[in-house]
Ligand binder design. Sequence first.
Ligand SMILES: [Zn+2]
Length: 144
Amino acid sequence: MTEETKVQYAKPIPLKTIDNAPYWDAADQHELNLQKCTDCGHYAHPPGPACAHCGSENVVWENQGSSIEGTVYSYVVSYRPFLPGFEEDLPLVIAVVELAHIPEVKIIANILNATPDQVDIGTSVKMVWEKINDERAIPQWELA
Ligand SMILES: [Zn+2]
């Protein structure tokens, strides 16, 4: 134990696997990395060992940078914590967001600092990265 008091991050921290590590490594740098199939050209999100469209294992990673915008494709509002650590965030808006520059890619994350009445289908949002500890950060959305 150190004398320094640290606020502990109480929510689950996403686990890096061999398939998704490039996604989370980029997130830690506040960037979006997307998996793309070099055979059929489709993006694969969430990432996996092979292309979800054609089954090809020829997938590469494409860095999209830090300026990510999108629109709400669908969303739910959570009024009950279904995982530990979310009690303070309720009601929580969880959205499926269609990327502005790659509409075929939809990324699910929370919309931070928004009340449910501020969010609708088509609402413009931008990606932000929530720092969860010294090394890790998670992509989230915020009203644009
Ligand atoms: Zn493919």
